[in-house]
Design a protein around this ligand. Structure first.
Ligand code: UD1
Ligand code: UDP
Length: 365
């Protein structure tokens, strides 16, 4: 095998799709691995169908567990697989446990690693993702950055410029490629929604894991729902805890199952405002021009604030921020983050093709 891709969790799939497509059109031999970190139909399979991803060649079926159990299980199974397939390059995506585990295994087997979405930093190590990002970047041989500040972070960490490539954002490649399929009216009709509604996605451990945090979240989300109908495609992580905290009880809160990519982004495209703690959703709302209120103390994606519609809000400030957004004029012409132009997958494939042709030659650009 020339290139082995490792995916496993929902946000990996829209990032991998354009890279796999671009490498395929260059005739590069590929193997797609799904670790099984996410496994519900609506967290996994629906993305393969909608994004035209090939079915995984291998599914490691690790399932859920504590960080150590999940990471360890993926490592054990990945080691066997890498030894059998001997890829010339391993490509990993984002910052989930599957990303970290596969990188650790490949690095010790002397298989070069390419990291797509390198250099993002929240500078908050209470986030498991921050640890995954730091270690993955440290061990990677090709680092594909989605935004300019990532280049600064990698430079500050002493990673040599020759390994780093500013390529743009493959998540946005996928969004732009599917834009013509995103139909707010269809989703609105399906869910019986009025013209004016908000969308919320909430799954960060810091917001939903602890019962006190969940109670606090429910209170401020109910204040939001006093102002506008809120549709919440709820991630399985916080479902039980939020239910126990009374989240579902507000008449203007509409909790639904996690949605397919096309339906979800159709819903977001037609929303007045989005409340989220997701990484990817901060980026997508920036391109769709939908105001985004991020319920977190910091973001590893500051370009969505400087070049987009994103704003960080505290729990205390959320209801007022919603009021402000609902009474504001719609922003007209927004800048777009550099290279978020739908061609990141092509740029990544160019670098990978060059690397495979001559592993010593890939020079940073
Ligand atoms: C993971 C990523 C996070 C990412 C998120 C995207 C890590 C450390 N975290 O968080 O960065 O933002 O995915 O969605 O990798 N579950 C199901 N069905 C599934 C998958 C999960 O019910 O298909 C439930 C299980 O109870 C599981 C819990 O969700 O224990 C958490 O899943 P896990 O993959 O460990 O972390 P996420 O919170 O999904
Ligand atoms: N998403 C989706 N359906 C949903 C919620 C999210 O298709 O119900 C998509 C979203 O548009 C983005 C990706 O899933 O493309 C982001 O995943 P998530 O928020 O789970 O992870 P994060 O980006 O926070 O790591």
């Amino acid at each position: 095998v020339q290139v082995m891709h490792v995916t496993g969790a929902r946000p990996n799939f829209p990032k991998a799709a354009p890279v796999i497509r671009a490498l395929g059109s260059r005739g590069i031999q590929q193997q797609l691995v799904h670790t099984g970190q996410h496994y519900d139909e609506q967290m996994s399979e629906v993305f393969f169908r909608q994004l035209g991803l090939p079915a995984p060649d291998v599914n490691l079926a690790v399932g859920s567990g504590s960080h150590a159990i999940q990471t360890g299980e993926i490592m054990t199974r990945m080691e066997r697989l890498i030894l059998a397939s001997r890829p010339r390059l391993l490509v990993v995506y984002g910052d989930v446990n599957s990303t970290l585990a596969a990188t650790l295994v490949a690095a010790k087997l002397a298989v070069p690693v390419a990291h797509v979405e390198a250099g993002l930093r929240s500078f908050n190590r209470a986030m498991p993702e921050e640890i995954n990002r730091l270690v993955t970047d440290r061990l990677s041989d090709l680092l594909f950055a989605t935004s300019p500040e990532a280049l600064v972070h990698l430079g500050n960490e002493g990673i040599t410029a020759e390994k780093i490539f500013f390529v743009g954002n493959p998540m946005i490649d996928t969004l732009l490629a599917n834009l013509h399929l995103l139909e707010p009216a269809a989703v609105r009709q399906q869910l019986g929604l009025p013209g004016r509604y908000a969308v919320a996605t909430l799954h960060r451990p810091a917001n939903v894991d602890d019962p006190d945090d969940a109670a606090k979240l429910v209170k401020v989300m109910h204040d939001v729902a006093d102002q506008i109908i809120v549709v919440v495609p709820l991630h399985p992580r916080g479902r039980d805890r939020l239910r126990a905290a009374g989240f579902f009880r507000h008449p203007q809160i509409r909790v639904v199952e996690p949605m397919g990519y096309i339906e979800f982004l159709g819903l977001v495209r037609g929303a007045h405002v989005v409340v989220t703690d997701s990484g990817g959703v901060q980026e997508e709302t920036t391109i769709l021009g939908v105001p985004c209120l991020t319920l977190r103390p910091e973001t590893e994606r500051p370009v969505t604030i400087t070049h987009g519609t994103n704003r960080l809000v505290t729990h205390e400030g959320l209801a007022a921020a919603i009021r402000e957004v609902l009474s504001a004029e719609k922003a007209s012409c927004l800048p777009v983050p550099p290279l978020w132009d739908g061609r990141a997958g092509e740029r990544i494939a160019d670098v990978v093709a060059q690397f495979l042709g001559d592993p010593g030659s890939a020079a940073g650009g």
